[in-house]
Design a binder for this molecule. Sequence first.
Ligand code: ADP
Ligand code: MG
Length: 487
Amino acid sequence: MSEYRIHGATGEWEVVIGLEVHAQVVSEAKLFSGAATAFGAEPNTQVALVDAAFPGMLPVPNEECLRQAVRTGMAINAEINAWSRFDRKNYFYADLPQGYQISQLYHPIVGEGAIEVDLEGGATKTIGIEHIHIEQDAGKLMHDQHPNFSYVDLNRTGVALMEIVSRPDMRSPEEAGAYVRKLRSILRYVGSCDGNMEQGSMRADVNVSVRKPGDKFGTRTETKNVNSVRFIMAVIEHEARRQVDLIEDGGAVVQETRLYDPDRGETRSLRSKEDAHDYRYFPDPDLLPVELSDAFLEECRASLPELPDAKRRRYEEALGLSTYNASVLTAEVETARWFEALLASPGKPDAQRAANWVTSELFGALNRLGRGIEESPVTPAQGGELLGLIADGTLSGTLAKQVFEIMLETGEDPGAIVEARGLKQTSDTGAIEAVIAEVFANNPNQLEQYRAGKEALFGFFVGQTMKAMQGKANPAVVNELLKKALG
Ligand code: ADP
Ligand code: MG
């Protein structure tokens, strides 16, 4: 693969990227309170006294949030820290009434790990993870509800976040995009984050610097809260270009926090970057250190599902699927679930045929309908029944496509559709022979030409016979009978 480079007046530049991904933890309750976490509730209906920072309220850690972070760490082969601690990060923010965020600076719950990222052309690259720590999310300020006032919604205040910090290991927008997609896939398999970037449950701080290849790292900027893969890639491209131009014009990059404006496709400075010491971090005196027992860790490990890399390998090696099919079918957990339900359906369809059918017919239909596989109008059991009807010769390829279209429209079972509409394929040699005789009688010229040696007309007779039988004749039988009749 060719390396990604920015071309400047002074030659080629390399881009260095590190991502801090904030992933909202899937849990019923918040990190330190019993308030609900459901998305889209009426503003300020999911706020406990501790979230609103009433005097004397004390945080109580939610074990489920810790479990989710540990499971996520295990899924990226990270070191799990059986001893971790919460720290206060002090700052004023109108949507965080405490006046500090409870986070983990010195002793995060998950240490070093790695993610294998899939690049164009089957290449892979390992991206290091520095650590994952748990922290509280802030609420939401709304500036567009009233001409003179800003409003605050505290529903999100105190919801658990995992901050997944990568090493500065990425070197192009494509690698960063592939990293976020893979991370999202793993989180969704684990069930620790729903990965919904539009709703903000996953967002990234994008750190970018540039250097001449071989030099030491340059000064980075950090663009905050970027909430789609496309925007992350756009930020990197824009920021790298801006930094190269700046340096080549004799300027210097300042370490700062920037914001992305998707409408203009550019970043702008928000504030100069603070350092950890600016926040006066200290261990939260309201919370004891977290100690994880061996039994808890064992339970976390046992609860992990088969993960995308392992599943893809199994699809290739045990099921004999192509690399393409195996990776498409395992990229999203819902797709893998649907495909495995299809394989387990009563007819036990052949894995390779099933994979081809899902990636071509089913995906094509879902694309047209603009639906995800979890909203498929056809169930795995119905798909299995359809594949069974193809395998036993009841349906030709053409008929199967017709039946599938009707299934999509009506939701009916394929067997019932075949019965009710007489769409069965026929191998009845008597019926086919009668039609062939008819075709010959209607096309005397072509018959004469064929007999005079124009063998290319064979296909013409196949087509005429199939057409006369409305696509219901078994093509293999038609071929065989035609050969006999013409030979
Ligand atoms: P902070 O929490 O203050 O933003 P960290 O040291 O935790 O700082 O680093 C944040 C992110 O910045 C990490 O993802 C890391 O990979 C990335 N990073 C560090 N140095 C560079 C650099 N020179 N260029 C690009 N990214 C970098
Ligand atoms: Mg940061």
